[in-house]
Design a protein around this ligand. Structure first.
Ligand code: ZN
Ligand code: ZN
Length: 422
């Protein structure tokens, strides 16, 4: 085979769908998880993701996985609970199962989640029931989630196009067309549409690391976001640490926790956020679409929250606990990211948060505090890290957003202009 032929064969657009899927699976295992020989893998996936699950399982065993166990979810079965389940069902969660998963993580298992559920699945259900069910699940899964948010284990999330999700992203077209379009958008956003996705991810991770190192060297005390609709000062936690472009988990394995990822993120100070901010994209939260969020912060706390759709869901969300009204993450994403440039609204945080700079309500990442992995809740809170049952990202960046880094002496330095790094 000539060189020209070899290049032609590997051109992404000419690959069969099965081969494209295989590339995503390989990236999930080798880049996302960095799965080690002898490691167990615990996976969660929608039923429709079965072809991707099988490919990932193949790659996992090729990488030496000890055992791959997958838990499937099914949207119609979730709806059946809301239609026919007793009231007590909504305060219940399978703690025994979550404890088992946490035990698996503690004994060395890696975790992979496949996103793909219908983002509007619960839009027509009683928001009180949705909220109660979420709180019950958050409580039950806390031991497992803590191992994930503390990056004690290697974990990642990838996405699978599903018909209901695709219909929402590309409305008004035949379902096979929408699913194919969503798959293409996922492949491009996940950077598998290149000759060697594993090499591409090494380079992409390296570029993100450079930004993170620059931000960590600056030691800003705050960030100032300014656009025609936003004027927000986000104080950063004392001893905050910027992260992005992969992380070495507590078990020593280097992983990319989100595929795709375009963000540099850190921990805000829970008491030092002031001003007004408007979301630049709708937020899809656990089945409901919240549109045109507009919020005012005073000394870290949301004192006013509005939305043109889903306002009741937003209010319930920020009433989950005291920390739900405060920020646990602030992230910078350039407007030139492939996801922003695609112009596609995915109605899924995994993608949409990588299209724009964003903030997250709720739980902070202890890994975004110097030495945070080894601190208890009180020590983290003393530095300004927020604590909550929730962690919900929403997008505030746009092509009109300017961001300044504010030094301890109050001087401002331009970081982003019109959505791009200076
Ligand atoms: Zn983020
Ligand atoms: Zn987040």
């Amino acid at each position: 085979m000539s060189v020209a032929e070899a290049i032609k064969v590997t051109k992404f657009s000419e690959l069969a769908f099965e081969e494209k899927l295989d590339r995503l699976a390989e990236v999930a295992v080798r880049v996302g998880l960095g799965l080690q020989a002898g490691q167990e893998l615990i996976m969660s996936a929608p039923m429709e993701a079965l072809p991707l699950v099988r490919r990932i399982t193949e790659h996992a065993y090729k990488a030496g996985a000890l055992l791959v166990t997958t838990f499937y979810s099914d949207d119609p079965s979730v709806l059946a609970r809301y239609e026919y389940g007793p009231d007590a069902s909504f305060d219940f969660a399978p703690t025994w199962l979550q404890d088992g998963i946490a035990a698996g993580f503690r004994s060395g298992a890696a975790r992979l989640a496949i996103a793909g559920a219908n983002p509007a699945l619960l839009a027509k259900q009683d928001p009180a029931k949705v909220s109660r069910a979420n709180i019950a699940m958050s409580k039950a899964s806390k031991p497992a989630m803590e191992l994930i948010t503390r990056h004690e284990i290697n974990w990642t999330i990838v996405a699978c196009a599903t018909p209901e999700w695709a219909k929402l992203v590309f409305p008004g077209e035949p379902v096979d067309v929408t699913v194919a379009k969503l798959w293409e958008a996922i492949f491009v956003a996940s950077r598998v549409n290149v000759d060697d996705p594993v090499v591409e991810w090494q380079q992409h991770g390296g570029r993100l690391k450079k930004r993170v190192d620059m931000l960590n060297a600056k030691r800003y005390s705050a960030l100032h976001f300014k656009s025609p609709v936003t004027d927000l000062t986000v104080g950063l936690a004392d001893d905050h640490l910027w992260a992005g472009g992969g992380t070495t988990a507590g078990n020593g394995v280097y992983c990319q926790p989100n595929i795709p990822t375009e963000e540099c993120f850190t921990t805000p100070h829970k008491d030092r956020v002031n001003g007004t901010v408007k979301a630049s994209k709708p937020l899809s939260h656990q089945g409901t679409l919240i549109e045109n969020i507009s919020v005012r912060f005073e000394n870290g706390k949301i004192v006013e929250a509005k939305a043109t759709a889903g306002e009741d869901v937003l209010n319930r969300l920020i009433s989950t606990d005291d920390g739900a009204r405060r920020l646990g993450e602030v992230a910078l994403v350039p407007h030139g990211s492939p996801i922003a440039q695609s112009g596609v609204l995915f109605w899924n945080t995994l993608f949409d948060e990588n299209a724009a700079s964003h903030i997250a309500l709720g739980q902070a990442y202890s890994t975004c505090i110097i030495g945070g992995e080894k601190m208890d809740g009180a020590a983290l809170a003393a530095l300004g890290a927020n604590e909550s049952l929730i962690h919900v990202d929403w997008m505030i960046g746009s092509g009109e957003m300017d961001v300044d880094g504010i030094a301890a002496d109050g001087t401002a330095e331009p970081l982003m202009r019109k959505g791009e790094w200076v």
